[in-house]
Design a protein around this ligand. Structure first.
Ligand code: NAD
Length: 441
């Protein structure tokens, strides 16, 4: 029934919306238990996003699900032409730990809206949030419609070994490749929402106070564990020292001098990631931060001045609260740094010079980004969200989310009151008429 009846799908989403609103505190508590995410960040970056997405889909589902009439081709005259939205069938959603509620539930909502049955495999690294997701969905849905399967890598591999009609994966590039290979066995279409090293370029012609504020927010929200966080800065050399002072100032305004005591500063998700990040800080010129505490998996906001491009911190996506600061003197320097890496998920430019920012936007290939801000392109559901090249395949959010979980079926409804004979054999002498017609078009 969930495959065809739009009203049934809509009622499911309304029930889900109420359940999420009722569980707002439980969601915040689970996220706090998992990695000390503050109540504000839990709401702004998880619950609020899911609730807005649900409301947007509920409001528009009838319109989106309806067959869409398109202009017919003159070659088929007389006809009425449509795009039907057909559910793929069985959808698998595998999600990561960094926004564990939002990144599991948002794609699931769209898959349900499009009429699919859905299996969600949330992250094993956030057991409290994953258990809550399982509880919310199992209270509302038959297993045959929506099922949440908790577990780690083996569970994920076992699920990938099965046949699906669509796989939506959010996570690392390496696991993305595993998912793509598994999907290829059954020619299953995929969306891969991956990561990358996101550059942030800072021109001397910019509002440096605003830049420092927005950079500190975008980099240290969720303790830097955000796929679209600026990974490293490329700053015009003459303003570097000034910017560093402003960044330090903003860090201390946001999280106080003792960030370990701040109620707003989360922890690193696992010992493995904490060790990986602490190792990045070794033998580097740390101009701020670098404080760490293994017992609490704490790592303070850390600024590294001019790391070598060969150092480990510049080898892989950082995904933590460490901000390397590189410099440029000529525009060519920017190109040399950015193009050393695979196409990133995001790119940011701080500049008041429109020509400069336009040039960078068109020169580099990346998922999406902002001029004079960070992260916020994620929040507009009219913008596609996704990567390119190594940072991902496909994009979602808003109507696009509904569309990616729907096969677009082309239907021509041909009238019978007229039947032009031109296409039928025998073809003798007809080619000239066709050519005249093509020239006329
Ligand atoms: P991950 O790739 O390690 O894990 C993601 C999911 O894949 C988890 O559910 C996990 O159980 C499963 N998994 C892990 N190893 C697997 C394997 N070998 N075979 C099959 N399944 C496996 O990613 P993560 O550490 O949870 O998340 C961090 C990564 O996700 C970062 O690279 C980040 O940039 C990316 N990310 C991307 C987006 C986006 O929207 N593009 C959003 C958040 C995170």
């Amino acid at each position: 029934m969930f495959r065809t009846d739009i009203n049934y799908r809509k009622q499911c989403l309304i029930k889900l919306l109420h359940a999420i609103e009722e569980n707002e505190n439980e969601i915040a508590n689970a996220l706090y238990k998992d990695f000390k995410k503050s109540e504000f960040e839990a709401y702004l970056t998880e619950t609020f996003i899911v609730i807005s997405e649900l409301k947007h889909i509920i409001k528009n589902i009838n319109k989106w699900a309806k067959p869409k009439m398109v202009l017919p081709s003159i070659l088929n005259f007389p006809s009425l032409d449509y795009v039907y939205k057909e559910p793929y069938g069985k959808v698998l959603i595998i999600s990561p730990w960094n926004y564990p509620f939002q990144l599991a539930v948002s794609p699931a909502i769209a898959a349900i809206a499009a009429g699919n049955s859905v299996t969600i495999k949330p992250s094993e690294l956030t057991p409290n949030t994953s258990a809550l997701i399982a509880k919310i969905f199992s209270n509302l849905f038959e297993k045959s419609h929506v099922e949440v399967i908790q577990g780690g890598i083996e569970t994920s591999q076992a699920l990938l070994a099965k046949r699906w009609d669509y796989i939506f994966f959010t996570g690392s590039v390496n696991v993305g490749k595993i998912v793509a290979k598994a999907a290829a066995n059954n020619l299953t279409p995929v969306t891969l929402e991956l990561g990358g090293k996101n550059p942030c370029i800072i021109d001397k012609n910019c509002d440096l106070d605003i830049a420092a504020k927005r950079l500190v927010w975008g980099k240290f929200v969720n303790a830097g564990q955000t796929c679209i966080a600026p990974d490293y800065l490329i700053v015009e050399k003459s303003i570097k020292e000034n910017l560093i002072q402003k960044l330090i100032n903003e860090i201390e305004i946001s999280y106080s001098i003792n960030q370990q005591q701040s109620a707003d500063y989360p922890r690193i998700i696992s010992k493995k990631n904490w060790e990986r990040l602490v190792n990045f800080t070794k033998q580097q010129n740390i101009v701020y931060g670098g404080k760490h505490d293994e017992n609490e998996l704490f790592l303070s906001p850390t600024l590294i001045d001019e790391p070598s491009l060969e150092s480990p911190v510049m080898h892989e996506e950082i995904f933590g609260p460490i901000l390397p600061i590189l410099t440029y003197e000529h525009k060519n320097d920017i190109e040399q740094i950015v193009q050393k890496f695979e196409k990133p998920l995001a790119l940011y430019v701080f500049s008041n010079d429109k020509k400069f920012s336009e040039e960078l936007i068109s020169k580099f290939s990346f998922g999406g980004g902002c001029v004079n801000d960070t992260l916020i392109h994620f929040a507009n559901n009219r913008l596609p969200f996704g990567g390119v090249g190594f940072s991902g395949i496909g994009a979602y959010h808003g109507k696009l989310s509904f569309d990616i979980f729907s096969h677009q079926k082309a239907i021509v409804k041909k009238a019978t009151w007229l039947d032009i004979k031109l296409r039928y054999a025998p073809y003798k002498n007809k080619i000239e008429t066709i050519k005249k017609f093509v020239n006329w078009l």
